[in-house]
Write a protein that binds this ligand. Structure first.
Ligand SMILES: Cc1cc2nc3c(=O)[nH]c(=O)nc-3n(C[C@H](O)[C@H](O)[C@H](O)COP(=O)(O)OP(=O)(O)OC[C@H]3O[C@@H](n4cnc5c(N)ncnc54)[C@H](O)[C@@H]3O)c2cc1C
Length: 495
């Protein structure tokens, strides 16, 4: 069987590696075709913990890939300036680890008590081990006798990661070709038969994987799959990007700071920060965005040029069509706020591999896959939409219109309704069966982090704060003694 992947960005090479590893004992020829003329998007430098599993699946140690990709550890995303009227300057969404099972219930209970108007401690980062590590800039690596599994992600240079994955895939037998696909030939049933390149070469295969980025060459351009825009929910369609000098102490978290017409990411690598400003061109033009971005970075006079990008936010109506699946930006994109794009690439690749193999390498489970991929995209979208909906900024129409936005899915409406009705959010998440996307704890981080609570009641009982009553501060401070500095973790990679 021949599988042809179109696209050599992170998505294409991730898929190529997973296929090559998983199906090493099958008689499957994998070719990856990419166009150097088109190039890659070259952003996307923060991950979720699924990338840790990705490298584990490939049997690649952190010491092998991280130094080569200027990578750092990531335990947390810090959101600054999203909800000034609640009095919260910033909050954290830490990656959830096994240890958090001991403390997360106290956050749930405290939030519910706080929703009834009673004063309790509800700062999410204080309840979760990665939140505490981020406060001390400690790395997530544990001594061998630490009995809990830690979850964490990474920051990395996307070009270097692409090169690393390309070398690895080629070593594992993936054939690499460079050419631009200009058209395709089809069989009578609409399946793709072959790709025709700009040099009039023809490449036939049984299955095709569209990893061609926003161009979505096979799925949208040649198979005519509909693209559902999320513009009603998510206004951002542009980004401006510029690196800056890294600090002497390298942070162990991504920072996402809301500014006048969007938000800025700050991603620490070992040799630089990657920075970007994500905004909507309906509210400011590229020139204004660059100025606001430079002001935010204190780089108005910096001679370095910025890079401007357009983003297509939404997803395909079908993620598997005929004998083709889409992965990465060609499949959809939900803007970079929670760094979920590569996470979705991996989840969808794994889901596809399971279903494809379960169906004897046929399209038997195509409909199931399409349903599951659609659900993935939409539930991740809802979590991102909630960040905008709940904002309490008042410095621009952009933020006010985001807050007033009524285009919310039924799922998101139900979650917010339960929260404001002071009902049980965990039960609602179970009812909707959506814990596999963003779990109850992540929703609590978001809602408590925005200070989405009623005013305090006049009379306070002065008890019922589980953070204090269960000594969570000292419990987590004790746990944190097992960890060393982020820099120490990075140094360990070199020996
Ligand atoms: C502003 C921004 C910030 C982001 N931040 C994050 C983040 O923090 N975390 C995260 O996980 N993700 C992030 N992403 C998403 C991330 O960048 C992508 O998911 C990732 O880079 C994978 O991209 P890709 O491989 O799908 O597409 P690309 O990198 O665009 O690759 C497309 C490939 O297709 C090839 N190609 C295109 N047309 C043809 C053709 N006709 N013939 C042959 N080859 C062709 C190109 O040559 C290229 O090799 C961000 C995206 C944007 C826009």
């Amino acid at each position: 069987m021949k599988i042809c992947i179109v696209g050599g960005g992170t998505a294409g090479w991730m898929a190529a590696n997973l296929f090559a590893k998983q199906w090493a004992d099958k008689n499957i020829e994998i070719t990856l075709l990419e166009s150097p003329e088109v190039g890659i998007v070259g952003v996307g430098e923060g991950s979720t913990p699924t990338l840790k599993r990705f490298f584990q699946m490939l049997d690649i140690a952190e010491s092998e890939w991280m130094p080569q990709c200027n990578a750092t550890y990531k335990v947390n995303i810090r959101f600054a300036g999203w909800s000034p009227q609640s009095g919260i300057a910033s909050y954290s969404h830490p990656f959830i680890s096994q240890l958090d099972t001991f403390t997360q219930r106290a956050l749930f209970v405290n939030c519910r008590t706080r929703r009834l108007g009673l004063a309790t401690h509800t700062n999410p980062e204080d309840f979760l081990i990665n939140g505490v590590l981020a406060q001390h800039n400690a790395g997530p690596l544990t001594p061998k006798n630490f009995p809990f599994r830690m979850e964490y992600g990474y920051h990395f240079d996307s070009h270097l990661l692409g090169e690393f994955l390309a070398t690895l895939a080629k070593k594992r037998g993936v054939v690499h070709k460079q050419a631009k696909v200009v058209t395709v030939t089809k069989q009578a049933n609409g399946d793709i038969a072959s790709l025709i390149t700009s040099e009039q070469q023809e490449l036939a295969a049984d299955w095709f994987v569209d990893c061609s980025g926003f161009a979505s060459v096979l799925m949208q351009q040649h198979l005519g799959v509909k693209f559902n825009s999320y513009k009603d929910n998510l206004f951002n369609d542009s980004a401006v990007v510029m690196p800056s000098k890294i600090d002497a102490v390298i942070p162990v978290e991504t920072k996402a700071t809301a500014i006048k017409n969007g938000w800025c990411w700050k991603i620490p690598l070992t040799n630089r920060y990657g920075n970007g400003y994500v905004y909507s061109s309906d509210f400011i033009n590229a020139e204004q965005a660059e100025l606001e971005f430079r002001q935010h970075l204190n780089a108005v006079d910096d001679p370095q040029a910025c890079r401007h990008l357009k983003m297509k936010v939404g997803s395909l109506e079908a993620h598997w069509q005929n004998n083709c699946i889409a992965l990465g930006l060609s499949q959809g994109f939900i803007e970079p706020l929670e760094a979920t794009a590569l996470h979705l690439v991996q989840i969808c690749t794994e889901m596809f591999m399971d279903k494809f193999a379960a169906g004897g390498f046929s399209a038997q489970y195509q409909a199931d896959y399409n349903l599951a991929a659609k659900e993935r995209f939409e539930r991740v979208r809802d979590y991102i939409v909630a960040h905008y909906k709940l904002n309490t900024r008042d410095d621009s129409d952009y933020w006010r219109e985001n807050r007033d936005n009524t285009h919310l899915s039924d799922s998101l409406l139900a979650l917010l309704d339960v929260w404001y009705r002071r009902d049980d959010l965990e039960k609602e998440i179970q009812r909707q069966n959506i814990a596999g996307h963003f779990d109850t704890i992540s929703w609590h981080c978001l809602l408590a982090g925005y200070g989405a609570f009623p005013p305090l009641a006049a009379k306070q009982p002065g008890q019922g704060d589980l953070y204090a009553e269960q000594n969570i501060q000292s419990f987590l401070a004790g746990c944190a003694l097992n960890f060393s500095s982020h820099q120490n973790n990075l140094n360990q990679l070199k020996v």
